[in-house]
Design a protein around this ligand. Sequence first.
Ligand SMILES: Nc1ncnc2c1ncn2[C@@H]1O[C@H](COP(=O)(O)OP(=O)(O)OP(=O)(O)O)[C@@H](O)[C@H]1O
Length: 872
Amino acid sequence: MSELTPMMRQYLEIKADHPDSILFFRLGDFYEMFLDDAVKASRILDITLTSRGKGGDGADVPLCGVPFHSAAPYIAKLIEAGEKVAICEQVEDPKATKGIVKRQVVKVVTPGLVVESESLSPKENNFLLSLFDGDNGRWGVAYLDISTGEFRLTEVEGHDAAWGEVACANPREILVPASFRENMRVDGRGDLAAGRTFTYVDDWVYDRDYTERLIKNHFGVASPGALGCDGYTEGLQAAAAVLHYLQETQKGRVDHIRELRAYRTQEFLVLDETTRRNLELTATLSEGKRRGSLLGLLDRTATAMGGRKLRQWINYPLVIVEKIKERQDAVGELVNDPVLRAGIREALEGVYDLERLNGRISLASSGAKDLVALKASLQRIPHLLSLLESTGTALLGELCKGIDPMHEVAELIGRGIVADPPFVLREGGIIADGYHAELDELRAISREGKGFIARLEAKEKARTSISSLKIRYNKVFGYYIEVTKTNLGSIPEDYIRRQTLANAERFITPELKEYEEKVLGAEERIVELEYSLFQQIRLSVAAEGERLARTADRLATLDVLASLADVAHERNYCRPIIDDGDTLSISEGRHPVVEALNVSERFVPNDVLLDNGENQLVIITGPNMAGKSTFMRQVALIVLMAQLGSFVPATETRIGVVDRIFTRVGASDNLARGQSTFMVEMMETAAILRNATPKSLVVLDEIGRGTSTFDGVSIAWAVAEYLHDTARCAAKTLFATHYHELTELAVTRGRIKNCNVAVKEWNDQVIFLRKIVEGGASHSYGIQVARLAGLPIEVIERAKEILHNLEKGEYVEGGVPRISRGKKVAAPKSSPQLSLFEQGDDLLRQRLAGLNIAALTPLEAINILDELKRMV
Ligand SMILES: Nc1ncnc2c1ncn2[C@@H]1O[C@H](COP(=O)(O)OP(=O)(O)OP(=O)(O)O)[C@@H](O)[C@H]1O
């Protein structure tokens, strides 16, 4: 250390406190980065890496820097790359200090804690999420969007459910206890962890006493119960870690985080992470795009706040009938009143992102333009309220009552700040004339001074007869008179020479300097005064933050309702009947997204009836490409849309509220988790059988197809039976399969029905009718579909031959299909797959041999006899 320059020593001391962040070290007009930080940042930012001497051992120190006044885009780029940036400022006036000026980190910008708009996407929250794993299997989850002040917490059972919440909140940064670092519980969660910054918090922070104290102090309450967080422990520990982290990074500016909302996942329709992904709720499966997702379809919101709220409604559909109906009533009123709907949407178009404006104002990082945007938004409200005044439904009425035009705030901004203020705050031109007497006076002096300069220039031109004479200004010399070299002969005696240029000379006069002092003095004072007046206005606005947050929330709700109504109207949706019953019936349902995106083929509507009686489990067979998956997803989406309060693509719908939707759809290879397709399939199926209830909706698409045919049929069969026979998980189920054997389940099981997707055969071709009809299908038409897909004709013909062999039961010894052309191939010694019948014989023998007749009760004996008969 002793060999280092004093500045380098100061740098290293500060850096030691921020090992995880890139330290932006303020040196004059630059933020400099040194050592490893410099190497890393220069690569990410694509800026030049240089070096300077006097590091340890006199070695060169790598160095790079960015200008402080344009640092924002550089910070944004580092954050985008998942880095954290600690901003270290000079906290003393360098002119007034001897030796080295004192420096301090004033804030740490992290991916989960950005407020700068260039790093945020408008219609998405930017969450910092905190996970805490209690000893009892309960997990606390808390997440905060610092840009809006939204702060929530919940507790869930187990690792999977906790990651379900992570998938839902989609945070940029995750806080976990430091002890996680070793036993990273993100094992098998590579995909969910990817692209997120992990921050490790010291374990002691999660101490129960400390966390309770943090919460009480921050929110100024006597107990967490006062926040509505009674009964939460791990959730509060997770939330307190967020507050602790805020203190460390924001250095105190977190007053706008005024609420902490606790929720139980059971209060909502629970969607696990797989289902959320499979149903393409907020992003498509293949490309992760918003277009093509349910959100992309439903989002016609006019404001960014509305966009975020709609995403939240889709992620958390409701289960309480009354609440769903309240939303439906409001949507219904807006569907039926196009004038009202258009009026609301038009008024909202002019409303800026009040939640984020509010955040920036509270964090004192807002400029004058933000305040003007706030005023413009507030000015739209009175008209909006006049539109809502006559509405009849409870929710719209409530919103109307709760939206606050905040007249005095709009008035203050209007009176205080000019209509189009500059971006920069420190150069004046912000405060309106007439707002402050002293400012007006100073401005008069400054204006007068400028007039004086113009008059003086004219006077000097006349006196010297030099028509090219000019009075100019620059920062170094102030005001001066400039005369070109050719005219130097005519200058008067009292001109004092200041500077000589190639073709001109610059002079001053005492008169000029005297005025300069007056004008410049006034201008300096103006800039200072304007800044302090601006800060006062901003503070008064910030004091109304809570009111503004409430109003913003209601405007967002109104925006979502109007957006849902707009889609419902345009796409001809119906209002579903919602109750607590067991029936799920949809007439002429359509898939909302396929219908909207696939305009080349008319969408064929289909009905569905599920209940906990005769129609509990519907087995859907039918050819490839017929529309099985589309049909099942459409049922799940219609239920979800209905429970979030939307109208649905159908003509008539009755939905008994569903507690969870499960899907096991297609083969979602999950290489990131290092598991095979079949393994993932089975894990997801296991989770469904563990968690489904009679109130759930289960969608199973071709389970068992990831393994050999016999294993696959057996598993599919047993799963279907289990869902039917086990009261605890007798969920309403749609079960699509290519194993036609499964259609026989309906014979022995009372609550199982068969359906198939109709096709027409014509000249060895299939025509898809897309209609779901009762009964099982007889064919898969896989070969016809393969032909459509362009498989070589030789392969198609050969496949038909083999299929024919198989269907006729023409096998060689060992169960391999007889080969009717081509070279003879030696049959394998032991067949890997016996035919169903041969295997059946074998199983029968095994089963009989294994029976201990002496130990059977008569009833058991009868059951076994029944089983054996079925096997035959
Ligand atoms: N009701 C419908 N009306 C119009 N087009 C439809 C309908 N249902 C499905 N389609 C279209 O048919 C195509 C195939 O549908 P889907 O993937 O649901 O078939 P599938 O039976 O599940 O096929 P596979 O068994 O091969 O997985 C989709 O591209 C979809 O756009």
